[in-house]
Design a protein around this ligand. Structure first.
Ligand code: ATP
Ligand code: MG
Length: 393
């Protein structure tokens, strides 16, 4: 029996004229993801992507799992193939869907017929297959209005397919269909989730990490690279930009009033991130900020950090509870790595009494003793780009 995977396109089908380019992006992302798993053929017909194994090296379980992380797919199912013959279809449905049929209380059959030379109409075929299945599985009955299980039969150009019980896909839009942004990636719980959420909206992301060696250790950097690696299963290929941040933090410690340390540090992060964004065609900065979570995430503090740049700051976690963020972190597989106990540059030289409601003019005055431009240039000159090992699962 030959099995294939069917992927139903999500929101992109609403995109009218852009639909073709969205479909093409998604198909390319699907092919790229599959290339790491084995030899598969993938093509798109009427807003469904068909994935077929080419040889025995094509592991269907792995492919199904990996494709479950590709954004732009709303539903996915595995289907079995047979000859275009009504009794071959019934025989296949009886074996391939045995477990599902035995556990469902009610079912219906839906047929699609793109091969118009097939000798039955869709309705006739559904009735025939439905009748045969009802006889073979007396535990269940036909319910065309609200069935527990929908058996789908498709009669296409070269073969017929039978499938049922689709599972949810990753949703969202295909990565690359909605521009590029930089994402500030710390080693914490929040920023991998914010990166995932913006990637899900179709944005290709460039992770940026601020690294304060030796105040933060090599392991802290490795942890962030590991997190970026986990995210590639969703975001696709990425390189992480590691910014040397030690000198800036020491200058802040030496020249600025303590209560402003974190705010000034975050202003530097924004300035540098904006420059990296501009150099790479990115149009926004993503952060894992969350209203009120820490002193630097009050409205006044965020106004102060955002006032030094001219780019939108996307904060997908801004209104979420920590528990909700953790639930997503667990689901996408970043949580266990995020909680490894390595320090972040945000915890270096933290003020004992941080300013929580700063005025813009006060923050500007507090950093006046520093040569901001020179420090930004120096940090940019030392950026290290690290290609992240891509994962499919
Ligand atoms: P996280 O769990 O993501 O570390 P957090 O709650 O600890 O978030 P902060 O440390 O205040 O919050 O940081 C807020 C956001 O700033 C982070 O979500 C991240 O986007 C960014 N950020 C913080 N530290 C770094 C860093 N060292 N490199 C890159 N971005 C950072
Ligand atoms: Mg942090």
């Amino acid at each position: 029996m030959k099995e294939i995977i069917l992927l139903k396109l999500g929101e992109i089908v609403l995109k009218g004229l852009n639909r073709r380019s969205f479909e093409q992006k998604l198909l390319n992302n699907v092919k790229h993801r599959l290339s790491a798993i084995g030899s598969f053929k993938a093509y798109c017909l009427q807003s469904i992507i068909y994935v077929e194994p080419i040889d025995e090296n094509a592991d269907m379980d792995l492919a199904f799992e990996a494709l479950g992380k590709v954004f732009g797919i709303i539903k996915m199912s595995r289907a079995a193939e047979c000859a275009k013959d009504k009794d071959a279809i019934v025989a296949l449905a009886k074996t391939y869907l045995k477990d599902a049929m035995e556990s469902a209380k009610s079912f219906k059959v839906e047929s699609k017929r793109s091969d118009k030379s097939f000798p039955m109409t869709s309705i006739e075929l559904s009735q025939y297959v439905g009748g045969e299945l009802a006889e073979a599985f007396p535990n269940t009955e036909v319910d065309v209005h609200d069935p527990e299980l929908t058996v789908t039969v498709e009669v296409r150009d070269i073969a017929a397919y039978v499938h049922a019980a689709p599972v949810q896909g990753a949703g969202g839009m295909p990565v690359g269909s909605n521009g590029v942004a930089v994402s500030l990636l710390s080693g914490g719980i929040d920023s991998p989730v914010s990166t995932y959420m913006i990637a899900r909206r179709g944005v290709r992301l460039i992770p940026v990490h601020f690294f304060s060696f030796p105040y933060t250790s090599e392991q802290a950097k490795e942890k962030v690279i590991e997190l970026a690696g986990l995210l590639t299963a969703y975001c696709g290929k990425m390189s992480i930009e590691v910014v040397p941040f030690t000198h800036i933090q020491e200058e802040i410690r030496d020249k600025c009033p303590e209560e402003y340390f974190t705010l000034i540090m975050r202003r530097f992060m924004m300035r540098i991130a904006e420059r990296i964004a501009k150099d790479n065609g990115a149009k926004a900065i993503v952060t894992g900020e969350n209203l009120g979570q820490v002193a630097s995430q009050t409205m006044e503090a965020m106004a102060s950090t955002q006032s030094v740049i001219n780019m939108p700051v996307l904060q997908p976690l801004i209104g979420m509870d920590k528990e909700e963020i953790i639930t997503i972190a667990r689901r996408i597989g970043t949580f266990e790595t995020s909680i490894l106990p390595y320090e972040d540059c945000c915890t270096v030289f933290t003020p004992r009494h941080p300013k929580t409601h700063p005025k813009l003019s006060e923050v500007a005055a507090a950093e006046a003793a520093m040569d901001v431009d020179a420090l930004v240039e120096e940090a940019l000159a030392g950026v290290e780009r690290i290609a992240v090992d891509e994962k499919s699962i």
